[in-house]
Design a protein around this ligand. Sequence first.
Ligand code: GLN
Length: 336
Amino acid sequence: MKNQIFKTLLVSGIFLSHAFFLYGQNAQEKDNIQKVLEEAWNDTKSVAGGKNADYIPYLANVPSGLFGIVTVTTDGKIYKTGNSDYEFGIESISKVFVLALAMQTVHPDTIQKNIGVNATGMPFNSVIAIELEGKSPVSPIVNAGAMATNSLIKGETREEQFDKILKYFSKIANRPLHVISELYQSEAATNMHNRAIAMLLASYGHMWADPLDACDSYTKQCSVGITAEDLAMMGSFLANGGIHPVTKERILKEEYVPKVLAVMSMEGLYQNTGDWMYTVGLPAKSGVGGGILAIVPGKMAIAVFAPPLDEAGNSVKAQKAIAFMAKKLGFNIYQP
Ligand code: GLN
């Protein structure tokens, strides 16, 4: 009897201390992520260099000093610091999500064959890249490939086609998103180069809708307003094998997730992607609105927003902040 009581006490003691240990560990990990976020923010806030995109007039007028960092972990926790709720243009980061949406209906092999999944090593709106690479768009996340990918999304009308994209973005952001109409108008009035690319692709048989409609829908997808928190939320399913860590909904087939991440690793920061992967080692995607999304598979999505860009169109501060966090937390896909 005594023995029995002793055993019970011992077992519950071990259980309780274990529970407290795990609780302590969780709390510690939580504090640590928040601490690293704030350290990254402080370390990066006075980094100079870069300037707002100005080929789209709206973007030139976004306050340059804004700076926010957010992470959403694979267990659905949100950490944030700085300007995490300022709404900015998603721009090219939208290309990743339209690719994931296209994979719901078009097999990744078809995307590889008809659009391409290689690196261009060139600016995002390069025409030479199309010509050099066998008259094809090369990657779904340069302008050419993104418009071609957009043309794979089908709808009865143009409105319905874009609505599919917006609904998908809203689902993964876990809140209703909208097009910033001033930004859309600003882009639509100045996107002759993209229209030319769309027509060129059509002439080479790489458009699956009216090219100017695809260009317009692409321009709209780029003008969707998101906060840094939305961006981390949107990217979180890519860190979690395709299941959204907050809504628990399956967003993308598990075996397609590495394909999206591979495309990001190849082309996410355009002609600077090699330098980025060499120094940081995380699949990422930038947008000329000043956002960068980086994915740490199995762990978290990191979103940073700060408008001034380098010459390739990548946020200067966002790159620095993500590099800081990756180093501090030991994140690099090439390092176990
Ligand atoms: N909408 C922008 C464009 O087509 C997106 C470019 C970017 O974010 N890199 O030029």
